[in-house]
Structures are given as C-alpha cells and as structure tokens.
Design a protein around this ligand. Structure first.
Ligand code: HEM
Length: 362
C-alpha cells in the first residue's frame, strides 16, 4: 500500500489512509491544515484540541510533567517493578500482561496522581474498563462496551472530584496538587479541566505502556540472543526500547481532520475529511529507515513516529520510556532465561489502532 496507493480513500470507512513516512510527518507537523478536533470523547481534552487552546493547556500541564520530575520517579518505579517480579518469582512464572506490564503503569500513575494505595484496586478496575475493547465486533457488543465505559468514567469522575476537593483544602506532593497550582498568564485550570486531564492520562498512558513492555518481552522471547545481549549491556536498553516502539508500535495510527482542501500524494482531500495516519507503516518506510524490517537494537538515529510528532507529541513519552527501561532491565537481571510458556495461540487486542496481545505467559 505504501508503494501502490500511499494516499488512498477507503469508501467503506469513509476516510483517507496515509502510509508513507514523509506524508505522515508532514500531516503531524501541520495542525492548521490537519486538526485534532474529533468527537471521540464526551470531555474536551488536550489530545483533541487545536491551537491556541492546545498551546495554553499544554504549557500548563508541561509544568507538572517535566523531565526532571519524571526522572525522580526512577527508584519508586524500580520498587514497584521489583515487587511485581517478587510475586512472579515465587510462582515460578507470570502472565506478562496480567502480572507485570499491566499493573506497573497503573500503579505508577495512581501514585503520581495521589490515589491512596487502598483505592488502587478500584482504580485499576475503572481504568481497565476505559481501555477494554469489545470481545466481538457486533453493534450490540459495541453498545455494551460504550455503556460500561460511560459508567466507569462516571465513577472515576466522582472519585477524582473527591480527591480534588481534598487537595483544594490541603495540597500534597502529587500531580493533582501541582495541576491545581499550575498557571499561565495568571490563568489556572478549572476542576473540570483537571478531571478531564487525569482521565486522559489513564486512557492515553496505561494500555500503551503495557503494550510497549509486553511487545518488548515478546520480541525477546522470539529472539533469545537479544536477552543475552541486553543482559550483558543494560546501557543498550533505551535504544532497544526505541526500536521496539518503531518495530511493534503500541499505537498503529493517529487520526486528523482536514480544515481545508489539501493535495497530498497526488490526491485531492476535501475539507472536513477524516485522515488516518499509519504510524506502523511510516515506521517501516524504506525511504526513511535503512533495512526497515530488521530489528536493530542500537539503531541510530531512530526517528520513529510511535509517540506522534509536533505539538501533540506524547506528553508521557519520558515516563513510558523510563518505565519500560526499568521493567525490562530488572526482568533480565533477575531471571536467567525468559521463555514463553503454554501453547495457546496469541490473542491480539481487538482494535485496529492498538498493537498488543491480551496475555503473554512466560
Ligand atoms: C499523546 C503514544 C504513553 C499521555 C500521544 C500521541 C501518541 C502517543 C501517538 C499523539 C497523538 C496525536 O498526535 O493525536 C503513546 C505511546 C505510549 C504513550 C505509544 C507508551 C508507549 C503515555 C503515557 C502518558 C501519555 C505514559 C501519561 C501518563 C499522553 C498525552 C497525550 C499523548 C496527555 C496528548 C498530548 C497532546 O495532545 O499534546 N501519545 N503514549 N502517553 N500521550 Fe502518549
């Protein structure tokens, strides 16, 4: 498709697909022509805002998400990962998703936000519902999932409103307190904005990081020599994580809507059209990456688009990178050889935009 129809209209889905690196990059770099405003959530949030509102909001939340603040989390992330691996060691194995890559980002974000440990189980239940897709692609299944999500969102909303009230009275050392204090030109976030941002962090950050870690474990069990190499040279892990992101991107595509008629790849795309930018294809474009279908653990440079590009570049990228690096290095350090267990066929997550598996026993 990248070669034969790099920009094509799909009548059945009523949208345009874009497959080449150069075109996807161009689109993500031009928010004035390709808007992020899409009706995919009940609540307004950063991901679906355009400038100037987006620049304001992003400036505000950047204050709470600085690289320095994220780097300071390293010891705590290692503690959480080690606790999860202690349990796995005691059992002699684990399901990567259920026991390790799933809980890790949820616990980290819960702590960051200031959710007390006693509420964590509830919190995980609601967060999971927000990102779980339907088991079948029928309209009935879809409707059931939407209803369930709506209910989880309502519960999470109520829960965060409670925490917000408490932090208004007394600040703590957590992200919610920081968000309540952050301001630009004397302007602060409203409660509704803080709430919708917290929910965005859960939706955008948890399943994606889970899939990144699982995809890396999957690659290392398919290529045991990679385990050996990374165990000997843990400093290579950050580059290897980037290559997992390029090779098995947790998010396969990024959506935009045209604001006026645009010509791209010899096609005329009318104003108001949905455009699906296939990151998974761009990341394997031979015009940008040498030997694109080969996994090169120390590939440099590695300008993959798995965290997006431009003004909406993933806010949580430093956190996801840090969690993956810590989790994978600890896994290799503590276990001599990691192999898949069981014979079951891999069950892909049922979504055209997510790349990951539902379970991965090792
Ligand atoms: C934006 C991917 C982890 C929070 C994005 C975008 C992508 C992405 C592709 C851009 C979407 C667009 O342009 O429309 C990923 C992947 C992750 C990950 C692959 C893990 C491997 C996280 C984490 C958090 C997070 C851990 C937070 C805790 C966000 C937010 C945005 C975003 C808030 C919106 C930024 C904006 O619109 O300015 N992410 N993400 N992400 N991500 Fe991530």
């Amino acid at each position: 498709l990248r070669e034969s129809t790099p920009v094509r209209y799909d009548e059945r889905r009523n949208c345009w697909d874009v497959f080449r690196y150069e075109d996807v990059h161009y689109i993500l770099k031009n928010p004035a022509l390709f808007s992020s405003k899409r009706p995919i959530s009940d609540m307004e949030n950063l991901l679906i805002m355009d400038p100037p509102r987006h620049s304001q909001m992003r400036g505000l939340v950047n204050q709470a998400f600085t690289p320095k603040a994220i780097a300071a989390l390293e010891p705590r992330i290692a503690d959480i990962a080690n606790e999860l691996l202690d349990e796995a060691a005691a059992r002699g194995g684990m399901d990567t998703v259920h026991d390790f890559s799933g809980p890790l980002p949820v616990i980290v974000i819960a702590e960051l936000l200031g959710v007390p440990a006693r509420d964590r189980k509830l919190f995980k239940e609601w967060s999971d519902v927000l990102v779980t897709g339907p088991q079948m692609n029928t309209e009935e299944a879809l409707r059931a999932v939407m209803a369930e999500r709506h209910e989880a969102m309502r519960k999470l909303g109520g829960y965060f409103t409670g925490i917000l009230g408490k932090r208004r009275g007394k600040r703590e050392e957590d992200l919610i307190s920081l968000l309540l204090d952050a301001e630009i030109d004397g302007q602060k976030l409203t409660d509704q904005e803080v709430l919708s941002f917290c929910i965005l962090l859960l939706v955008a950050g948890n399943e994606t990081t889970t899939n990144l870690i699982t995809n890396a474990v999957r690659y290392m069990t398919e290529h045991p020599e990679m385990q050996e190499m990374l165990r000997r040279q843990p400093d290579l892990m950050p580059a290897a994580v980037e290559e997992v992101l390029r090779y098995y991107p947790p998010i396969q595509a990024i959506g935009r809507v045209t604001t006026s008629d645009v010509e791209l790849g010899g096609q005329l795309i009318k104003a108001g059209s949905q455009v699906v930018n296939w990151v998974a294809s761009a990341n394997r474009d031979g015009a940008k990456f040498e030997d694109p279908n080969t996994f090169v653990p120390d590939r440099k440079p590695n300008p993959h688009l798995s965290f997006g590009f431009g003004i909406h570049f993933c806010l949580g990228a430093p956190l996801a990178r840090l969690e993956a690096k810590i989790a994978l290095n600890l896994l290799l350090e503590r276990f001599g050889h990691i192999a898949r267990s069981g014979e079951e066929e891999l069950q892909p997550i049922q979504s055209p935009f997510v790349f990951g598996v539902k379970s991965f026993p090792v």
